[in-house]
Design a protein around this ligand. Structure first.
Ligand SMILES: [Co+2]
Length: 204
């Protein structure tokens, strides 16, 4: 809890995108439907692919994983991610058979955008922001993730200073896959903590 939220400046690329979007719609070159589709692609695929590469590297390289858990910002910088506006501190939290991590920003929508891109709309909704804290198991069930009572749920409240990235469990049956193939299995939702990674590749 604590830290700054609403005072967080919009990242420079976001401002540029917004300006371009307004101009293109005004000139009739683009419809807002098309913009919505592009935003959806960025939320679901392009943005989270950075995080997916981080997760896949951690799965195949235990030394990298240790560095990621020790200093997330430095470890993502090794892969070329990060930069201004992403927060000084990125904390990777590891799921295990007995611990499940869930990320929220209770006050607004702080999000680790250098690794996940734009937050999905539901992440910004008051219902998600409050229920993630008050009744995380019920919320996760609605996302389709049923956790046994034996699994401890840890909820991490993001701020402008500290962002969180969930390091999901590597799914069983993926021992033969290389890093690039593993990265294709990792979804945005799994890195927020509302889903698991499964051995079947998600539809992109
Ligand atoms: Co916030």
């Amino acid at each position: 809890m604590g830290g700054t939220h609403n005072s967080e400046p919009e990242p420079y690329p976001a401002l540029r995108v917004r300006a371009l979007e307004s101009l293109l719609i005004e000139k009739g070159l683009l419809s807002s439907d098309v913009v919505d589709k592009l935003v959806a692609i960025y939320e679901n695929d392009v943005g989270p692919m950075n995080g997916a590469r981080v997760v896949a590297r951690a799965w195949v390289d235990s030394a990298y994983k240790q560095r990621l858990l020790a200093d997330g910002a430095a470890a993502i910088a090794e892969l070329g991610f990060g930069g201004r506006g992403g927060g000084d501190k990125l904390v990777a939290v590891e799921n295990t058979p007995t611990v499940h991590n869930l990320v929220v920003c209770t006050l607004c929508s702080c999000y680790p955008w250098p690794v996940l891109g734009l937050p999905p709309n539901w992440y910004k909704m008051p219902a998600y922001r409050s229920r993630a804290v008050l009744e995380p198991r019920t919320l996760l069930r609605e996302f389709g993730l049923e956790l046994p009572e034996s699994v401890e749920v840890r909820v991490w409240d993001s701020s402008a200073e500290v962002r969180y990235l969930v390091l999901p469990e590597r799914p069983a049956g993926t021992g033969h896959l290389g890093e690039a193939e593993l990265a294709r299995l990792v979804t945005r939702d799994a890195m927020i903590g509302v889903a698991r990674v499964t051995a079947a590749a998600p539809a992109r």
